[in-house]
Ligand binder design. Structure first.
Ligand code: FAD
Ligand code: GLY
Length: 389
C-alpha cells in the first residue's frame, strides 16, 4: 500500500532527523510524559513505535505539573541512587529540550531560573548546611544566602525569611507545552499514536505481545512498555505481580503577576512558587488521597493561598485565577519502577514517578531505550527494579 501524503511527510522528516531503518516493534502503553519520552527516544534509535493512550496524551499528571526540574530541592535526605537518577536527568535536560524542540518544530518555555529554598528559623539552617555538604560531594552547586544579598536576588521576598539555599542549576519547563511538543516530535519522527481508545487491555504477553482497544482494534509488537502512570496497578492481575502504585492528588493554582516580580522557583516549608514567562505564578501543591478524583477542593487551594503572604507579602489578599489537580503515581517506597519484568525481558516498566516525572523523563527514556537495546545503564538501577515488591 502507498503511504498517505501525511505519512510520506513523516517518513521524510524521520529520515532527515537521522532515524535509521526499523529495528524492533514496541508498544508503549500510556501517553503521559514518561510514555511520550520513551517513545521519542526509542523511535529516534530506529525502533518501530506505537503509543496507545486511552484518553489524550499529556491529559493526566503530566499536563498538570508545575514543571520544576528540581532534584536538589525535592530529594532532600538521601544520597542514594534515586538522587543520582535525578541528577543525571537534570544534566541531560538542555540537550534533550533542544532535541525535542528541533524535532517538534515548536517552542516552549525552558527557564534556567535557579531556585531558592527559604527558611524562617536559625534551627533550619542546620539541615540546609548538611544538605549542602552531601550534595556538594555530587558536584552540586549550592550556596546559602542571607541578608541583603538574598533580597537583591529576590526583592519581594518576605523579610521573615532569614536565609535561603540557592541552587543555580535547578530550572523549570512549561509542562503542558513540553508534553505537547514531545507528542509532536513523536508524530514527526513516525511514532504511531493512537489516542482516545477509551480502554486498552493486554490480551497476550508471554510469548507474543497483543493488546486490544475497546473498539476491537488489536496491536502486536516484540516489546511492551508499561507507562500508564497512576493506573499501572491495573496490570497486577495481567502480569501476576505486585505493582503498589497509588494516585496522590496534587491540587495546584496560578496567580497573575507582573513580569519579573518573582525571579526564582521558591520552595518554602508549605509549598512552592514557580514564575512562568506568560505572567503566571504557579503555586503548588497539595498531597491528598482521593482515589482517581481530580476535582479541586476549596480546602486544598485555601491551604496554599493562606500561607503565601509568608513568602511574598504582595500575594496577601490576591486570589488565584486558575486552579487544577493531577494524580501523581506514587509507589510504596517512593522510587519509580524502571526496568524489565523478571523472566519476561520484553515487558518493560516505566511508571511510578510520583513527584518527579517531568524531571525524570529524559533519564527514564534513556534507560527504557538502553534496556531495549541491551545496553548497560549509566547508573545503578537496582533501587528501581519493578520486581522488588
Ligand atoms: P501520566 O501523565 O498520568 O500519564 C499516564 C497516561 O497513561 C495517562 O494519559 C492515562 O490516560 C494513560 N493510561 C492509563 N491506563 C491506560 C491504559 N490501560 N491504556 C492506555 N493508556 C492508559 N514532576 C516534576 O518533575 N516536576 C514538577 O514540578 C511536578 N509538579 C507536579 C505538580 C502536580 C500538581 C502534580 C499532580 C504532579 C507533579 N509532578 C511534577 C509529577 C509529574 O507530573 C508525574 O510524575 C508525571 O507526570 C508522571 O507521568 P506519567 O507519564 O507516568 O503519568
Ligand atoms: N514536584 C512537585 C509536586 O509534585 O507537586
Amino acid at each position: 500500500m502507498k503511504p498517505s501524503y501525511q505519512n510520506r511527510q513523516r517518513l521524510m522528516k524521520a529520515e532527515k532527523a537521522g532515524v535509521q531503518g526499523m529495528k524492533e516493534s514496541i508498544i508503549i502503553l500510556g501517553g503521559g510524559v514518561i510514555g511520550l519520552a520513551a517513545a521519542f527516544e526509542c523511535r529516534r534509535r530506529g525502533h518501530d513505535v506505537t503509543l496507545l493512550e486511552k484518553v489524550s496524551c499529556g491529559g493526566q499528571a503530566s499536563g498538570a505539573a508545575a514543571g520544576m526540574l528540581a532534584p536538589f530541592s525535592e530529594i532532600e535526605e538521601d544520597p542514594d541512587d534515586f538522587f543520582r537518577l535525578g541528577l543525571r536527568s537534570l544534566r541531560l535536560y538542555s540537550q534533550w529540550i533542544e532535541d525535542v524542540k528541533k524535532n517538534s518544530e515548536t517552542n516552549f518555555e525552558f527557564s534556567n531560573s535557579g531556585s531558592l529554598h527559604v527558611v524562617y528559623h536559625e534551627a533550619d539552617l542546620l539541615s540546609l548546611e548538611s544538605r549542602q555538604r552531601w550534595q556538594g560531594e555530587f558536584g552540586v552547586e549550592a550556596e546559602i544566602i542571607k541578608g541583603r544579598e538574598l533580597f537583591d536576588l529576590e526583592p519581594k521576598l518576605s523579610k521573615d525569611v532569614i536565609a535561603a539555599m540557592r541552587y543555580p542549576e535547578e530550572s523549570h519547563v512549561y509542562a503542558p507545552g513540553y508534553v505537547k511538543a514531545l507528542e509532536e516530535a513523536c508524530r514527526n519522527l513516525g511514532v504511531t499514536i493512537k489516542d482516545h481508545l477509551e480502554e486498552v487491555t493486554v490480551k497476550e504477553w508471554e510469548s507474543a505481545v497483543l493488546l486490544q482497544a475497546k473498539n476491537g482494534e488489536t496491536f502486536t509488537a516484540d516489546k511492551l512498555v508499561i507507562s500508564s502512570g497512576a493506573w499501572a496497578k491495573e496490570m497486577e492481575n495481567v502480569f501476576q505481580m505486585n505493582i503498589p502504585i497509588v494516585p496522590i492528588r496534587g491540587q495546584i493554582c496560578a496567580y497573575e503577576i507582573n513580569n519579573g516580580e518573582v525571579q526564582h522557583i521558591v520552595y518554602s516549608p508549605q509549598g512552592y512558587l514557580v514564575p512562568k514567562e506568560n505572567g503566571s505564578l504557579i503555586n503548588g501543591a497539595s498531597e491528598d488521597i482521593a482515589g482517581f478524583n481530580t476535582e479541586v477542593t476549596k480546602k486544598g487551594i485555601d491551604r496554599l493561598v493562606k500561607w503565601n503572604k509568608n513568602v511574598f507579602p504582595f500575594l496577601e489578599g490576591k486570589e488565584p485565577f486558575h486552579s487544577w489537580a493531577g494524580l501523581r503515581p506514587a509507589t510504596q517506597d517512593g522510587y519509580p519502577l524502571i526496568g524489565k519484568k523478571k523472566e519476561a525481558a520484553h515487558i518493560i516498566f516505566a511508571a511510578g514517578h510520583y513527584r518527579n516525572g517531568i524531571l525524570l523523563s529524559p533519564v527514564t527514556a534513556e534507560i527504557v531505550a538502553d534496556t531495549i537495546d541491551g545496553k548497560e545503564a549509566e547508573i545503578p538501577l537496582h533501587l528501581f527494579d519493578p520486581n522488588r515488591f
